[in-house]
Design a protein around this ligand. Structure first.
Ligand code: TRH
Length: 383
């Protein structure tokens, strides 16, 4: 029997928002891409529509069911809830180990044509990921397998999300217009180093702000309103650093930006010379931006995140000349609680870091994009 044509494939994605924006950020990006690039009929179950609304203002947090960008969005209001009528999709994605409604799993197992069931894991650059990617795991009670889908940075993993149009959009980016529109000033001259700062609270921020203030050349700091804003405000002696705020000290000028809908986030990364990013999705976007970046990994108990940080460095930094590689490693470590940041010792390798950023994007693209990899595997199973 012939496999499914893309247009017939119905896909349900289940997303539990643990905190912040990464869980829904990844699911929303994947949902849009499966719809727009693969023509799938996508339904996205999300338990927190407020976080979703921040990424997509068209989403109305009071509605049980709605549609945005061709994706059906269900407010997943209880663990047992699986939509008003129980429809089982061809492809079912449970994001980050969230538990599917039991009634839905039972119905999946009973379906004549079994759905392809993925557990989409968090991104990790660790080597073991390739060994576990696409491994099936039989359900303990029902006759159905779940497949582990591991995003990753290396060959044999599921890769990371990247839209087909992303590079063309980046190349068409209008820097001057962006500065006028988003920051309300003319774009700074090339003498100024532009830094974007999307971060969690971070004990290293004060030292870094001092180093930027005392820098021999001007620094423009762009700070999306969020968890780091309080520290910026305190540094400048302000009561807050909400969108639209500006502050200046020594060589450092800082500008607070509003949180923008997800498709507009990339432009911030394109506008800056170096990007501080965090979590999962912005970490990936910084790589596609082809600019040097600093990653604040999502902190875990017992420093379990540090080997993951080093695994990412092993991929990203491996072909840098040794002093630049060591400086990058030291700086990333310092931004993640190990050691003190040394901005000038890091940024003196700017040219090497820029070259590496461009080369790395080519390497990373060679493993294919996550949505395409997932769609290919699903179609190979739907026969
Ligand atoms: O928000 P994050 O820290 O998300 C997470 C969560 O903590 C999650 O639980 C954890 O498991 C995961 O990290 C590893 O960082 P992340 O992943 O970068 O997600 C932020 C999203 O917000 C990303 O999709 C970009 C988006 N964004 C906008 O859409 N507009 C904005 O203005 C900004 C600053 C970000």
């Amino acid at each position: 029997m012939a496999g499914h044509a893309d247009a017939e494939i119905a896909c349900d994605i289940f997303c539990e928002v643990i905190d912040n924006f990464g869980d829904i950020g990844v699911c929303w990006r994947l949902a849009r891409q499966l719809k727009a690039e693969h023509g799938w009929q996508v339904r996205l179950f999300v338990d927190d529509l407020k976080a979703f609304h921040a990424l997509c203002p068209a989403v109305d947090a009071t509605l049980a069911r709605q549609e945005a960008e061709g994706v059906v969005i269900e407010h997943w209001h209880a663990p047992t809830h699986a939509g008003d009528t129980l429809q089982i999709a061809d492809v079912v994605i449970e994001a980050f180990g969230c538990e599917l409604p039991a009634i839905y799993v039972t119905a999946m197992a009973r379906r004549d044509r079994k759905p392809v069931w993925f557990n989409l894991e968090y991104l990790s650059a660790e080597d073991w990921v390739a060994d576990f990617h696409l491994r099936p795991s039989p359900h303990p009670r029902h006759a159905i397998n779940k497949t582990f889908f591991f995003p990753g940075l290396g060959a044999g993993t599921g890769g990371v999300l990247k839209e087909r149009t992303l590079d063309a959009q980046r190349e068409a980016f209008q820097r001057d217009a962006w500065w006028q529109e988003r920051v309300g000033i003319a774009a700074p001259s090339s003498e100024t180093t532009v830094i974007s700062l999307f971060a969690y609270e971070n004990p290293a921020i004060d030292t870094l702000l001092e180093q930027w203030r005392d820098s021999p050349t001007p620094i423009a700091l762009l700070v999306p309103e969020g968890r780091i804003s309080g520290a910026i405000a305190r540094f400048f002696g302000l009561s807050g650093f909400a969108a639209g705020s500006k502050a200046e000290s020594g060589s450092l000028k800082a500008y607070a930006l509003g949180f923008v809908e997800q498709p507009l986030f990339d432009a911030l990364l394109w506008a800056a010379d170096i990007n501080f990013v965090r979590g999962e999705d912005s970490f990936v976007r910084a790589q596609w931006a082809q600019k040097p970046f600093v990653w604040q990994i999502y902190p875990q108990a017992d420093d379990a995140h540090l080997p993951k940080l080093d695994a990412a460095l092993a991929h990203y930094a491996n072909s840098l000349p040794e002093p630049a590689r060591a400086a990058l490693e030291r700086f990333w470590h310092a931004w993640n609680g190990v050691g003190a940041p040394d901005w000038s010792g890091f940024w003196r390798y700017r040219k090497h870091l820029e070259q590496r950023a461009a080369d790395w994007a080519v390497e990373l693209a060679s493993i294919g994009d996550l949505a395409g990899n997932l769609a290919d595997f699903a179609k190979s199973q739907l026969k």
